[in-house]
Write a protein that binds this ligand. Structure first.
Ligand SMILES: [Zn+2]
Length: 188
């Protein structure tokens, strides 16, 4: 009997880190493909998951991105973004009232260590110093994280290689578009 199924041949195509090697046995009656990941692992993925961009690697991509995003050069970026703790004595992050001294203290955390920024007569003064320290110490890491996110959009969602993504991100217009998209995603 002739099989009339006009299935779409995905052999040789790239989806993120996966390259389709050959047709595999169907998964639940649906076409599936044996793929090779850039990290050398092989796996079977359904046509659907490949073409919808649901599967872009053997799992190594997610692991790497999560690692990269949670730690940039040893700094836990999520900690930098944390709001001040609820029962702190000041309305500002990193500012505390020292009762016995009657002064406002400022500090900033980096890499699990607390850096003492001095004591001040007013809460506002302590806050100003803390803001300057944030710009010097935290901002570079937050910017690096933003760059990583932009790159991830290009590699994961559009499925281009990391080198290509880096080249594209040198384009200022594209940078801005992706930035807008990121802001939209984060706001929604
Ligand atoms: Zn892999």
């Amino acid at each position: 009997m002739w099989e009339i199924s006009a299935f779409i041949d995905l052999t040789g195509q790239r989806f993120g880190r996966l390259i389709v090697i050959e047709r595999a046995e169907n998964i639940k009656g649906k076409a599936a493909w044996k793929c090779k990941c850039d990290c050398d692992k092989t796996l079977v993925v359904s046509s659907n998951n490949l073409r919808k961009g649901n599967t872009l690697s053997c799992g190594c991509l997610q692991k790497e991105t999560i690692k990269a995003q949670s730690r940039i050069e040893g700094v836990r970026v999520s900690n930098l973004k944390k709001r001040k703790c609820e029962n702190a004595s000041s309305k500002y992050k990193g500012v505390y009232f020292h009762k016995t001294q009657g002064k406002w203290l400022a500090d900033i955390g980096l890499n699990g260590k607390s850096i003492y920024l001095g004591r001040y007569n007013s809460e506002e003064e302590a806050h100003e110093v803390r803001v300057i320290a944030e710009k010097i110490l935290h901002r570079p890491f937050l910017l690096m994280e933003a760059d990583l996110k932009k790159k991830k959009i290009l590699t994961d969602r559009i499925g281009i290689s990391e080198e290509e993504a880096e080249q594209l991100l040198e384009n200022e217009w594209l940078q801005n578009q992706i930035q807008k998209a990121l802001e939209y995603i984060e706001a929604s």
